[in-house]
Design a protein around this ligand. Structure first.
Ligand code: ATR
Length: 291
């Protein structure tokens, strides 16, 4: 089923992303490029699905045999009850961002955390085993990353959150993981101490995402980071945040959030097609779209 570049015909396989809002999404550009690049006869679109239409949407997926769906805000949790099977790691996370329609059986996965980790390893820190990691934030995004990082057997993971209860809950929920011997929750007061010992500091909070939040997460001072530490971000639009700019200016290594977006899509592509994702082409397309 090879075609020269998204020539839609009667055998074309359908894919899409759903969310509310959705029309800002770069996933269609990125995944259609991936299909063209690899000769997959597939087409990927975006649907604006509101919460009250989620069940009807899933019926549509089943009826039309849509092969793959990416799920974004605000449906990553609610979608789960409509699926036939949830992969173990998505189950542990409690959120799904990728659905594979396996001959009518809908299976939920989550590629956000593993996408982030693959990007961090490819682009900044090839070996995470034994590293000391500090996570800023304890929301849904942090959760996916904590679970995926645990697989890499870091020496320690410190979860720093403005609201300490959420850090405690996240730490408790992952503390049984075999790869994580040392996971600690702290409030913002513990940030300096944690940063001084860290090899990687990851911002998973929403601070920096919009002009309204153009601050530094929990008033972090990048000079607390060791000279060879990496400052990492999951925000990719804007491509640099104040946290990354200040870390860069202070001579620290930086790792931006774009790779997480690319690799979460790369994993989805690989689950759907069984082919290695054309990561360089996908990155090129997203960079063009971001201007
Ligand atoms: P997501 O699913 O994107 O992680 P979320 O669950 O709303 O979204 O979590 C947002 C994270 O950003 C939380 O860790 C939040 O801290 P609180 O738990 O204390 O709310 C953090 N966050 C948002 N705005 C912040 C701010 N101005 N300063 C510090 N942390 C902030």
């Amino acid at each position: 089923e090879q075609t020269a570049g998204n020539a839609v015909d009667s055998r074309t396989t359908l894919f899409c992303v759903i969310g509310d809002p959705i029309h800002h999404s770069r996933s269609p550009l990125m995944l259609n490029r991936a299909f063209r690049e690899t000769g997959v006869n597939g087409i990927y679109t975006a649907f604006h699905i509101t919460a009250d239409k989620l069940g009807a949407f899933i019926q549509g997926v089943r009826a039309m045999g849509i092969r793959g769906v990416n799920v974004t805000i605000p449906h990553k949790v609610e979608i789960m009850r409509h699926l036939d099977e949830i992969d173990a790691s998505a189950q542990a996370l409690g959120a799904v961002n990728t659905i594979v329609n396996d001959n009518g059986r809908l299976i939920g996965y989550n590629t956000d955390g593993i996408g982030y980790v693959r990007s961090l390893k490819e682009e900044a820190v090839p070996e995470l085993a034994g590293k000391r990691i500090v996570l800023l934030g304890a929301g849904g995004a942090a959760r996916g990353i904590v679970y995926a990082l645990a697989e890499e057997r870091p020496a320690s993971m410190t979860i720093v959150n403005r609201t300490i209860n959420r850090a405690e809950e996240l730490a408790a929920s992952v503390s049984g993981h075999a790869g994580l011997k040392d996971v600690r929750p702290v409030g913002a007061f513990g940030l300096e101490m944690a940063c001084r010992q860290a090899d990687v500091v990851i911002n998973t909070t929403s601070v920096g995402m919009s002009p309204q939040t153009e601050g530094l997460p929990m008033d972090i001072n990048v000079n607390w980071l060791k000279p060879d530490a990496v400052a990492s971000e999951i925000i990719y639009n804007p491509m640099t945040t104040r946290f990354l700019r200040e870390a860069d200016a202070a001579g620290r290594r930086i790792h931006g959030g774009l790779g997480m977006f690319i690799y979460q899509g790369a994993y989805a592509f690989e689950y759907w097609t069984g082919k290695p994702a054309p990561v360089a082409a996908m990155r090129e397309t997203v960079l063009e779209a971001l201007g």
